[in-house]
Design a protein around this ligand. Sequence first.
Ligand code: ZN
Length: 149
Amino acid sequence: MDEMRELYQETILDHHKHPRNFRKLENARSSEGYNPLCGDHITVYVLLDGDVIEDIAFEGSGCAICTASASVMTESLKGKSTEEAERLFGKFHDLVTGDPTETPNTEGLGKMAVFFGVREFPVRIKCATLAWHTLRAALEGKAESVSTE
Ligand code: ZN
């Protein structure tokens, strides 16, 4: 698990410093997410082609875990169907909220798997899932902001 821990730190630092798809998307669905516990505040943009996520981006300010999670999420979901995105959210949620003493099921999660480390820091779970909750709201066409409270 030491290897995973190193990967966790490396990936989060990298995506925090250089967030991918960090921009506004014009003519896209969007939603705002706010995590008052930590101060994370992001907007997620998603452009659909039928049921497929053609493009996805985000902007805003958040802690390292929030920004890295949003960055990895946008990277992972481009070209996926909304159904697949919902399924991955379920898996990601299980990953970060699971029992820290158990080996995580990371199947199909790709780079998102490194966020398993979050389960050891329950206060950070909302940081890690904020982008996903916000994406879900954008897909459902909810314009009002999402709060983790
Ligand atoms: Zn945070």
